[in-house]
Every structure is written in structure tokens, then in C-alpha cells.
Write a protein that binds this ligand. Sequence first.
Ligand SMILES: [Zn+2]
Length: 142
Amino acid sequence: MTDHDSLVDRARRAARNSYSPYSGFRVGAALVTGDGSVFSGANVENAAYPVSNCAEATAVNTAAAAGARRVRTVAVACVDADSIANAYPCGRCRQVMNEFGVETVLVAIADGPYRVHDLSELLPYGFSGDFLRGGEEAPGGS
Ligand SMILES: [Zn+2]
């Protein structure tokens, strides 16, 4: 089992903790930080739909809140998706991952093969803290 395989497996397991009573669309995510720590997350819906949180954002923000400032790889597993084409991170999550310098994104459904992408493929020309004059240097900047 490769590191990618184990991260996808962990993302699939994290989907068990999804709180998705409205969509019934369970998503899990797992990531590896710059120092090798692993965090996971799941989507958390809300009756006020816009304040719901995606699994990838939950995992990245959990890592950041624990002190991580660099994330290398994120695996996302949409275990209720009927096709891997319907399992890709939303635009907001692509930006959240960009903030912490994610390099590799693994996209999976409940089983079968997963896809491996550079984040730059999924978010070309992503917004960076480098664009903010006088702001703190963002760890995900180039
Ligand atoms: Zn998202």
C-alpha cells in the first residue's frame, strides 16, 4: 500500500463521520502536513446551507488550527458519488488548499482507482497571499 493509498483509505473512513442529513452526500478528507502529521475531516452540513463546510476545508482548517502551516497532500473521498467526475473539490476548497501550499490532490469515490492531480491543475492562477501588499507572507505562495 502506497502513502497515497493509505491516505485515500483514511479519507474514505473519515466520510463515516460526515454530517450530511440534507444532501445525503458523505465526503471524507485526509491530509499530510509538511512535518508528516495526518489530519482528517468530513463534510458538516447546516440547515442554513451556505454555512455548511466541506470535508477538505474541515481537514485543512483542523490542521491549521493545530498549528500546521504547510499541507503537502489532500485526499478527498466522495463515498456517495456515482462517478469520480462528481467527486472533485469545489472552488472554495481549491482556494483553501492553495492557502497552505497543497501540492497533490487525490480524488476518490467509495472504491476503485483514484485520481492524482497537482493542485495547480485544479486551480490555475489561484489567489495567493503574495498578492496582498503588506500582508503576512502566505505559506502557500510561490
Ligand atoms: Zn468544498
